[in-house]
Design a protein around this ligand. Structure first.
Ligand code: GLA
Length: 382
């Protein structure tokens, strides 16, 4: 993305440049809407934006990726399916306006992203957080990083209709280089944990199979968990499914008397336990234990939560031939996996996975080495 691209799109010069990263979740999957702990980190793939102030009240948005432009009056923003990707940034303006923030002039924003779309790396939270960050800086709204995450979450839920948890918006807004965020999603408390992996690395492996039906399946899981919680609240004093302990599981099984609901609860309870064990293993630099927990998490998401699918299963199985552990990351239903692998073995991992994946499913996989990076940034152009 270059300044001349902005000038070509809008016919004026930009005043600012901003960026926000993508994320992976190391462990703690599908429990951020069940009051659990999650452990995401931001990765070196970015949504970038060049921004110019306008003299009127219009928001003019251009995407380099889709080559489409959308214009809306800042006071008359509505969700429209035909606005496609632009519903994400527009949602931020809508939520800020509905909360009474003063946005006295419009903006021209030129977006460009190298985050693969619909791949589980949170391209949507990245553009949401980026836009909230831009508004905060340019309109001096005095929001802190947690406020930015909350505005982005409200926008995703109310404007874009996904009943997601707060993990993606929080990590992208709050990320710190070379750390992961240990986040209590119920109390919204957090702690940064240094990611010291010795001579090991986390890599991202793309299935190159765009996710399908993710939103409806995701919302279905949310509803199943709500249903189980309602039933179990009759017997336990709990706020969330993640308040339950692994030792409670046999009793929960008989109380629920419903195999599907039981497996959903079992995933939440065991995943919460794995997150806490993962934190201890990180603090002890216990790479073998980290790998074991990654593998266990994937199996639980496959058998009990049923959100992996054959593309992610095949990638993870192949990756484990070289890596100490591998699991899907994000919402699932294809998308991306992560693997914990000896840094010098990354090329071997890439070859082994590519070969096996191609043979079994006829698709090309892609292994991406990543850095763990900071959250959104911006600067005034000189
Ligand atoms: C998506 C959602 C998150 C989280 C993950 C699964 O990325 O946006 O809130 O629920 O799926 O862990």
């Amino acid at each position: 993305m270059e300044i001349k691209d902005f000038i070509n799109a809008f016919g004026v010069e930009p005043n600012y440049i901003f960026s926000a990263p993508a994320r992976v979740n190391l462990i703690g999957e599908h429990i951020d809407y069940n009051g659990g702990h999650v452990l995401p980190c931001a990765i070196s793939l970015y949504t970038e934006a060049l921004v110019g102030k306008r003299n009127d009240e219009n928001i003019r948005l251009y995407s380099e990726n889709t080559k489409t432009e959308v214009i809306a009056n800042i006071n008359e923003i509505e969700y429209k399916p035909e606005q496609g990707w632009a519903n994400y940034p527009l949602g931020i303006f809508y939520i800020l306006r509905s909360k009474g923030y003063h946005l006295p002039f419009g903006l021209d924003i030129y977006y460009s992203s190298n985050i693969p779309l619909a791949s589980g790396l949170s391209s949507s939270a990245s553009i949401l957080d980026l836009t909230a960050y831009i508004c905060n800086e340019i309109y001096t709204l005095e929001l802190d990083r947690k406020d930015i995450a909350k505005i982005a979450l409200e926008s995703e839920r109310k404007f874009n209709g996904l009943n997601c948890g707060v993990m993606d918006q929080a990590i992208i807004a709050m990320a710190k280089k070379n750390t992961c965020l240990y986040l209590d999603t119920f109390r919204f408390h957090h702690r940064y944990i240094p990611l010291n992996l010795l001579d090991y690395s986390i890599v991202v492996i793309k299935t190159n199979k765009p996710r399908v039906l993710t939103e409806s399946k995701y919302n279905e899981r949310v509803e199943e968990c709500q249903k189980a919680l309602k039933l179990l609240k009759k017997y336990y004093i709990i706020n969330n499914l993640c308040d339950l302990k692994p030792k409670d599981l046999p009793r929960i099984k008989s109380l629920l008397n419903d195999d599907l609901l039981y497996r959903r609860v079992k995933h939440c309870v065991t995943e919460e336990d794995r997150v806490n064990k993962f934190v201890l293993a990180l603090e002890d630099n216990d790479i073998t234990e980290l790998g074991r927990l990654l593998n266990e998490s994937h199996e639980s998401l496959k058998k009990d939560y049923e959100v992996t699918g054959e593309y992610l299963d095949t990638i993870c199985e192949a990756a484990r031939k070289v890596a100490v552990g591998a699991r899907m990351t994000g919402a699932g239903f294809s998308g991306c996996a992560i693997a914990l692998v000896k840094t010098k073995k990354i090329p071997e991992l890439s070859r082994v996975v590519a070969k096996e994946y191609k043979e079994k499913l006829g698709l090309d996989s892609e292994t991406i080495a990543i850095n763990i990076v900071d959250g959104p940034k911006g600067e005034i152009l000189g």
